[in-house]
Ligand binder design. Structure first.
Ligand code: NIG
Ligand code: FE
Length: 401
C-alpha cells in the first residue's frame, strides 16, 4: 500500500502532459486523460495518479490525512506562467483611452506613458509596500490556478531600484505556495536620465548590475527587450553574453513589433526562451528549432494592444519549436494575470488546440523555466501542484471562455 496524506477523488476528468522536458510537434497535444480519476499525494509529492476505481486498494490515507471531493471537476497541473513583470508599482489605466483610440505602444511611450511611467512609480515605492504588492499578486495568481511564476524586474533601471524589485520578489515569495522564478530585466528600457547616454547605461547593466544580481543570487536568468524603443540586437548580444558569463540563463523579448532578428540572437545564445515573436522570420523559426529555445507566446498583450499580426503558431509547432503560453502580466500591455485567459486566447486567437495549449501552459512552460523535473505535469514523484477546475472536462476551459 502507498501512503498518502492528501487524496483527491470525484474527478470527472484528469488531463496532463507527461515527461520531464518540453513536448514538441505532434507530441504537443499528447495528453494523458483519465476519466473518473483520483490523485494522491504525500508530503507535497504526487504518489498516485489514475482511475478512482482500484485506488482504495493501492493507496491508504494516513490518519489525519485529507480526502477532498472534486465534485465532478477537472484536474490539471497547476499553471506555470513563464513570463510576467510582477514586481511593479502603479497601474497605467490612464493609458487605456489612448489604447482604445488606436495609439500605438510607441506613441504612448513618446507622450510620457509606457514603461518609464511605471519606472517612476516603482522607484518611489517603499520596499515593504512592494513586498506586500508581490504577495497580494501571488495570492491572486494562485486563486487563478497558477502555481509557478517567472517574474522580471525591469521597472527600476538603476542598480538600487532593480535590486529592490528582485529583493521584494524574494521576500514576497518566501513561505508562499506559489514558486517564483526571478529574472533580471535591467535592459527593459534606457532610463530617462541616461536617454542621451545609452551606451553608459548598457555599460552599467554589464559591469555593475549583472555581477551584483548574480553575486546576491537574486535572479536565475537575464532578459533584454529587443525593440526600436528599447535595445538593439548588438546591445542585447553584449548584455546577454555578460549574463551567461556570470552564470545566468538568458531570455529575449523578441520580434514583438518588428522583425528585428531577435529570435536568431536568442538561438545563437542558446536562450531558454524567446518571447512574443509576432514578427519572427522564417529563419528565426528555424534557428529556434535548432537551438531548442522555447517560444513563449503571449496572447494577452496581443489582444490588449489589438495587434493584427499574430505569431506564426503553426509554423513554430511544425518546425518542432517548444511552445509555451504565458500571461505577460504587466501594467502597460497586459494588466491581467490569468493563465486561464492566456489558455483560451492561445486557442481562440493564436490557433492552438485545447490540448496543445494545456501542454504549453504547464509542462512546456516549466521546461522554459528549468523546472520540468519538478512540476508542469501530474506524475508520481512530481510536486503536488494541481488545480481542480469547476468544469466537467478540459474543453470547457476554452469553450466557455
Ligand atoms: O512584455 N514588451 C515590453 N515589456 C512588456 C511591457 C511593459 C510595459 O509596457 O510596462 C511586455 O509587453
Ligand atoms: Fe514582457
Amino acid at each position: 500500500m502507498t501512503e498518502a496524506d492528501l487524496a483527491i477523488v470525484g474527478i470527472a476528468e484528469l488531463a496532463t502532459p507527461e515527461g520531464t522536458t518540453a513536448r514538441t510537434g505532434a507530441d504537443l497535444s499528447r495528453l494523458k486523460v483519465v476519466r473518473d480519476a483520483a490523485v494522491a499525494c504525500r508530503r507535497g509529492r504526487i504518489v498516485y495518479v489514475g482511475p478512482e476505481a482500484g485506488f482504495r486498494e493501492t493507496v491508504s490515507v494516513v490518519p489525519g490525512g485529507t480526502v477532498l471531493d472534486a465534485e465532478g471537476g477537472t484536474v490539471l497541473p497547476g499553471f506555470v506562467d513563464a513570463h510576467t513583470h510582477l514586481p511593479f508599482a502603479g497601474w497605467r489605466d490612464g493609458e487605456l483611452d489612448e489604447v482604445l483610440r488606436g495609439a500605438t505602444y510607441a506613441e504612448i511611450a513618446a507622450r510620457g506613458g509606457g514603461i518609464l511611467a511605471t519606472v517612476a512609480a516603482t522607484r518611489a515605492i517603499e520596499p515593504g509596500a512592494l513586498v506586500e504588492l508581490v504577495r497580494a499578486r501571488l495570492d491572486g495568481m494562485l486563486r487563478l490556478g497558477t502555481t509557478t511564476v517567472e517574474a522580471k524586474s525591469g521597472y527600476g533601471l538603476s542598480l538600487e531600484a532593480e535590486l529592490k524589485q528582485l529583493e521584494a520578489l524574494r521576500e514576497g515569495a518566501t513561505g508562499h505556495p506559489v514558486e517564483v522564478v526571478p529574472t533580471f530585466l535591467g535592459a527593459h528600457k534606457v532610463p530617462g536620465e541616461l536617454r542621451h547616454r545609452r551606451s553608459e547605461y548598457v555599460d552599467r547593466v554589464v559591469a555593475e548590475m549583472l555581477p551584483e544580481v548574480a553575486r546576491r543570487r537574486l535572479a536565475e536568468s537575464a532578459d533584454v527587450f529587443v525593440d526600436r524603443g528599447a535595445f538593439s540586437v548588438a546591445e542585447a548580444r553584449r548584455i546577454l553574453q555578460a549574463a551567461r558569463a556570470v552564470g545566468l540563463a538568458v531570455r529575449v523579448h523578441a520580434d514583438q513589433f518588428a522583425e528585428d532578428g531577435a529570435a536568431e540572437l536568442a538561438a545563437e545564445l542558446g536562450a531558454a526562451s524567446a518571447d512574443h515573436l509576432e514578427h519572427v522570420s522564417n529563419a528565426g523559426v528555424e534557428a529556434l528549432a535548432r537551438s531548442g529555445t522555447t517560444a513563449v507566446l503571449l496572447p494577452g498583450p496581443s489582444l490588449f494592444l489589438r495587434e493584427r499580426r499574430l505569431p506564426p503558431t503553426r509554423r513554430l509547432v511544425e518546425a518542432g519549436v517548444p511552445i509555451a503560453l504565458a500571461s505577460d502580466f504587466n501594467p502597460g500591455t497586459c494588466p491581467c494575470e490569468s493563465m486561464g485567459t492566456a489558455l483560451w486566447l492561445g486557442c481562440l486567437r493564436f490557433g492552438l488546440s485545447v490540448d496543445e495549449a494545456i501542454t504549453a501552459a504547464t509542462l512546456n512552460a516549466a521546461h522554459a523555466l528549468g523546472r520540468a523535473e519538478q512540476c508542469g505535469s501530474l506524475e508520481v514523484g512530481k510536486r503536488a501542484d494541481l488545480v481542480v477546475h469547476a468544469v466537467p472536462n478540459r474543453r470547457h476551459l476554452v469553450y466557455r471562455f
